[in-house]
Design a protein around this ligand. Structure first.
Ligand code: GLY
Length: 352
């Protein structure tokens, strides 16, 4: 016997991203705000002045990538059970990418899924991580290997939060903005070359353009079957750098900046990027004091580490290679020799 389970109905998961001074948010449900002690000290009061709900409960978890684990998510879930949150309750992430990813993941599994809202407080999470519904945690095998696609109910991006961000974290967010422009939008890149992203009006424009680009990508490929993987430009190399340096030397956007330089070198060796375009990207990264150099100690080990990335679990490495500025291609058939040539240019010498 064969019984069909018909599941073809489309579910509308659309949502709005609000950019600008935080508006009043009313939620007709019990809300748990998930945050960390640092963000809570800086911004919880402000959020609470804008938020009304049936009941509001605060869950504070430890700060940093090393706490982005199943153990922390379990703490969040236990808190929700202890305080009798139910399936119509809402979680609200107040923080950067770590908080957003863990809150989203907790929301995706709590009683088989509840709604969540993103209030990102770092530039990196405002322009990329908070939009698109990627949620999850790290484990011993690598970054974000456990998780779910679970779209937020809404995203509120308030540039006010950026005033307390340290300079390196701010630049790290700019790296992701540059990433969007290089892969998808040459006009935006040219605008960035002239812009000053320390100016409030201009950063709002840059955030809006990045979120529009991300929305375009996610609307076409929510589950990363193809196009969305292009958002990992710089990340294939960057994740190895983060791993090799034990997440201590570089913040995420910094290792992505170096990774973009390595991907550009690869593109150039494949004849896909002209040297003046490579230089323009480097100049823009340097304008915001992002690192563009890295000394690879062991190129073979660096190459092997690509296979720990989840995009490479099928034993082929997927490289995201830009086509000059404004275009991008996914390649999983690049000869090891070509990749090793790229890695060798970064070995034994720090390039600036
Ligand atoms: N940060 C890459 C993505 O959301 O797909």
């Amino acid at each position: 016997m064969k019984i069909d389970i018909a599941l073809k109905k489309e579910i509308d998961n659309s949502y709005e991203v609000h950019i600008g001074t935080l508006e009043d948010i009313h939620i007709d449900a019990k809300v748990a705000i998930i945050t960390n002690p640092k963000v809570s000290g800086l911004h919880l009061h402000y959020l609470l002045s804008k938020l009304s709900a049936k009941e509001i409960y605060i869950i504070t978890v430890e700060d940093g990538e090393s706490f982005k684990t199943l153990a922390t998510v379990e703490k969040i879930l236990n808190n929700l059970f202890e305080h009798k949150f139910n399936r119509s309750s809402v979680l609200l992430a107040l923080g950067g990418g770590v908080i957003g990813d863990m809150t989203g993941f907790a929301a995706s599994v709590y009683q088989r899924g509840v709604d969540f809202i993103q209030v990102p407080t770092t530039l990196l999470s405002q322009v990329d991580a908070s939009v698109g519904g990627k949620t999850g945690v790290n484990n011993n095998y690598g970054k974000n290997l456990i998780g779910a696609f679970h779209q937020p109910r809404a995203v509120y991006i308030d540039p006010h939060f950026l005033s307390t961000l340290d300079k390196r974290e701010y630049s790290a967010g700019i790296a992701e903005i540059i990433k969007m422009a290089v892969c998808f939008d040459k006009d935006f890149f040219e605008w960035l070359e002239k812009a000053d992203l320390h100016d409030e009006a201009q950063i709002i424009t840059a955030i809006s353009r990045s979120v529009k680009t991300k929305a375009m990508v996610v609307s076409q490929d929510e589950k990363e079957r193809g196009l969305r993987a292009a958002l990992n430009y710089g990340h294939t190399f960057g994740h190895v750098i983060e791993n090799e340096t034990a997440y201590k030397k570089y913040v995420h956007g910094e290792s992505v900046a170096i990774g973009m330089m390595m991907a550009n070198e690869l593109a150039s060796r494949l004849g896909l990027m002209k040297s003046d375009e490579e230089q323009r990207i480097k100049k823009l990264l340097l304008k915001y004091k992002l690192p563009v150099a890295y000394d690879i100690q062991d190129t073979e080990a660096f190459y092997e580490a690509f296979f720990l990335d989840k995009k490479s679990l099928d034993s082929k490495i997927t490289f995201i290679v830009p086509h000059n500025i404004g275009g991008v291609e996914l390649k999983n058939d690049i000869d090891k020799d070509i990749v090793m040539d790229v890695l060798n240019t970064y070995a034994g010498t720090v390039r600036v």
